[in-house]
Ligand binder design. Structure first.
Ligand code: ZN
Length: 339
């Protein structure tokens, strides 16, 4: 019987030494210590042995069990540590990588300004309206008192999709849209992209952003108009900005104005951003022409109002002292990352 134990020991020691995974070792534990193992069988049969054998075999089995258990344990330590090394190599994590350098995007300065403008207008009781950039000739021109063959069409070089479909040249295209949809009284702003088929320079681009404002109610006067614009401009640019109104011609307002602000880039000393005049044209404005109200089925005998349209990119240029509008659409990260 002792010889039998010696055979089991030799086989087990060799198998333990050759075990290469913790799973192999678990199987060996079952093989040598499980209920159906040879050693269990020997222990169960001890009662059938002679008294002398009982005295030697019992302790010998227990001592062999202890020996095998400890060699499985020590082999397990080697194998587990090797498995861990392999796993760490496979799922490599470099704790020295600085995650704070991970780039996080942000809104374009024009969008930031647009949101700020929307907030200012909303706080003054306006709501924000969105309209299509691909627009019908009716809303972009005719409803705004610009009939076909009207010379004013030459002022806006237009991208035509079809004869009567254009890329909107102005957010004013939403004046009659909003009036038709919501009627009067109304206080609405329409921010968005517009398109002009023209050569670009420091103050012109073929795609840019406007924000259109429209106020229609009973008894809206030119005094309301001036007060609203003055408040807005100072909220955007600060109390120190100078505002200048010049008579201007837009077919959809009467009277119409060009609205200039003193150039914040050069402080009025003249620079490329203000075409060396010290002033920057921010947009057009005026009292709404009765024909526009009629196009929206609103009675101009009862209602009046004012409208204005500002170039958001030009506002951004003034706010951040940028000397060329084309940076806005350049996609140049050196520019965008500064905001
Ligand atoms: Zn200037």
């Amino acid at each position: 019987m002792i010889e039998k134990l010696e055979q089991i020991k030799q086989a087990a020691i060799s198998e333990i030494a050759n075990a290469n995974s913790s799973k192999d070792l678990e199987e060996l534990e079952i093989k040598y210590f499980g209920k159906k193992s040879e050693l269990s069988g020997i222990l169960k049969s001890i009662s059938t042995l002679s008294d002398e054998e009982k005295r030697t075999v019992g302790p010998a089995v227990n001592s062999l069990k202890n020996e095998l258990m400890s060699s499985i344990e020590s082999r397990k330590k080697e194998v587990v540590s090797r498995e861990l090394d392999a796993k760490l190599k496979e799922e490599y994590i470099d704790p020295t990588i600085d995650l704070s350098k991970e780039e996080v995007g942000h809104l374009h300065p024009v969008t930031q300004l647009r949101y700020k403008l929307e907030d200012i207008f909303k706080s003054a009781g306006f709501f924000v309206y969105d309209g299509p950039e691909i627009e019908t000739d009716f809303f972009n021109f005719e409803a705004l008192n610009i009939a076909k063959n009207h010379p004013a069409r030459d002022m806006q070089d237009t991208f035509y999709i079809k004869d009567d479909v254009v890329l909107r040249t102005q957010t004013s295209s939403c004046q009659v849209r909003a009036l038709k949809e919501f009627g009067a009284p109304i206080k609405v702003v329409v921010p968005g992209r517009v398109y002009r088929n023209e050569a670009s320079d420091a103050t012109h681009d073929f795609i840019f952003n406007q924000i259109e404002g429209l106020v229609v109610d009973e008894n809206v006067s030119i005094a309301n108009f001036l007060a609203t614009l003055d408040t807005l401009i100072k909220k955007i640019f600060g109390e120190n900005v100078n505002v200048r109104l010049r008579p201007g011609y837009f077919p959809f307002v009467e009277p119409g104005f060009e609205l200039d602000i003193s150039c914040l880039v050069c402080g009025g000393k003249k620079c490329p951003a203000c075409k060396h005049t010290g002033w920057l044209e921010l947009g057009g404005a005026g009292m709404i022409h009765p024909n526009v109200l009629k196009a929206a089925d609103i009675d101009p005998e009862i209602y009046s109002g004012f409208a204005f349209g500002f170039g958001v990119d030009r506002m951004m240029m003034q706010k951040y002292k940028i000397d060329d509008i084309r940076w806005s659409t350049s996609g140049d990260l050196r520019f965008v990352k500064q905001f």
